[in-house]
Design a protein around this ligand. Structure first.
Ligand SMILES: Cc1cc2nc3c(=O)[nH]c(=O)nc-3n(C[C@H](O)[C@H](O)[C@H](O)COP(=O)(O)O)c2cc1C
Length: 387
């Protein structure tokens, strides 16, 4: 059974840090919390530079560089967090604040609990961290664990262990209980709001079939031929979702590989079926490209099998911009190389090189064709509808 995942974030990185000890102790206490899975997330594994990304805040576009992308992807995996924080000059460490500043929608509507340590149990650091978490649309728990001077010194100097302190164990269990309630409640809320995972799986299941099905992972004829039943099914099942995607309501899907792929299929493939031979076919091409760009910058494609990667790259092949065509050529060559499959060939690139646009779209988009384009279209003797 799927259990929500909680990341226990160690908020300091200096050599000889104390931070590991409370993180490990919370992990031990959490083993009694059978409705959640816990994992330690160590900031040492994400040596982030100070935020220098050009994108604007709130766009969820931070962390495009490695290890920034690894960090944001890692945090996206979790349904809630326990931040283990020291108190540095009455606040959290700079390392933790910088790491949090890299985050965006990956942590929205997820709960955060806190373990503080220091002279007064890291109280001031935790209070400040709560405010930071609120700004990132997390839900901070009221109950927190504060490891004060006595247990801190007991463990650091006298060979004691945190589990020797009953009051801390009790507090930790109470905090995890509260975290559990919030985790399940917010997960249900997120699901109701978006039904995200199910909807992503429905789109991918429809387009690629289910793993284990005959022909799964192979080329499907319906993808690139005009089949009215297939078009109708897409319209019936996914038109409402397409509209949401077009309006940007599903943008948060782009932060993880399967979500990004589903979003690109919604924006790039489905309109070619649903609005066949009308301008609507191309209306969301640009948005599809921007989703694909964002997914590539986070290396989402590398986490997908070759036959799925293909569709993440399609928006570049559908672009009337020469630079995008060169990018498509490069991407498809790489995927072919890895899969022994055959890519889409160079028809798109050659057409854009020659005309700067796809002449097949002229009639649909009300563009006048040049004599050279007319000649080209006649010679092709094909409608190349989805180009
Ligand atoms: C730069 C710095 C500032 C600190 N400021 C505080 C403070 O304001 N209040 C406090 O209780 N402890 C303070 N301490 C002590 C830390 O709480 C203690 O060293 C703790 O072990 C640091 O966490 P770490 O070992 O995981 O790095 C400070 C420590 C450092 C390194």
């Amino acid at each position: 059974m799927y259990r929500p995942r909680i990341g226990i974030v160690i908020g300091t990185t200096r050599e000889g840090r104390f931070g590991e000890t409370p993180a490990q102790w919370i992990l031990d206490v959490a083993s009694g919390q059978t409705d959640l899975d816990f994992e330690i997330v160590d900031l040492r594994e994400y040596p982030l530079s100070f935020l220098g990304e050009p994108k604007s805040t709130g766009a969820g576009d931070y962390g495009h560089s490695d290890p920034g992308s690894r960090w944001t992807m890692e945090m996206a995996r979790f349904d809630g967090y326990v931040f283990v924080t020291a108190e540095y000059n009455h606040s959290i460490s700079g390392v933790l604040k910088n790491a949090i500043d890299h985050l965006g929608s990956e942590v929205h509507n997820k709960p955060a609990a806190f373990v503080g340590y220091g002279g007064v149990g890291g109280v001031r650091a935790v209070e400040q961290l709560r405010l930071v978490c609120i700004e990132l649309q997390m839900a901070p728990t009221r109950t927190a664990v504060h490891i004060g001077m006595e247990p801190y010194m007991g463990v650091s100097r006298e060979g004691k262990e945190l589990r020797d302190f009953d009051s801390l164990n009790r507090k930790a269990r109470a905090m995890l209980e509260e975290l559990s309630w919030w985790t399940h409640t917010l997960k249900a809320g997120r699901k109701e709001a978006a039904g995200t995972e199910e909807r992503i799986e429905e789109i991918l299941g429809f387009w690629f079939g289910q793993e284990g099905d005959p022909g799964y992972g192979e080329f499907r004829k319906a993808w690139f031929s005009a089949e009215p039943d297939f078009d109708r099914e897409i319209r019936d099942r996914f038109l409402a979702t397409y509209v949401e995607a077009r309006e940007g309501k599903l943008d948060r899907w782009q932060h993880e590989p399967r979500g990004a792929l589903a979003l690109v299929i919604l924006l790039d493939q489905f309109p070619r079926n649903v609005f066949r031979n009308s301008p609507g076919m191309y209306e969301t091409d640009e948005k599809a490209r921007s989703v694909a760009d964002s997914a590539l910058s986070k290396s989402c494609d590398k986490q997908l099998p070759a036959f799925q990667r293909w569709f993440l790259y399609m928006p570049f092949l559908h672009s009337e911009n020469l630079a995008d065509q060169h990018k498509a050529t490069e991407l498809f060559e790489a995927v072919e190389h890895g899969s022994n499959g055959s890519g889409p060939g160079d028809w798109h690139l050659r057409t854009i090189e020659r005309f700067g646009r796809f002449p097949h779209r002229n009639e649909i988009l009300g563009r006048e064709s040049t004599p050279e384009e007319i000649e080209f279209l006649e010679a092709q003797n094909t409608t190349k509808q989805e180009a």
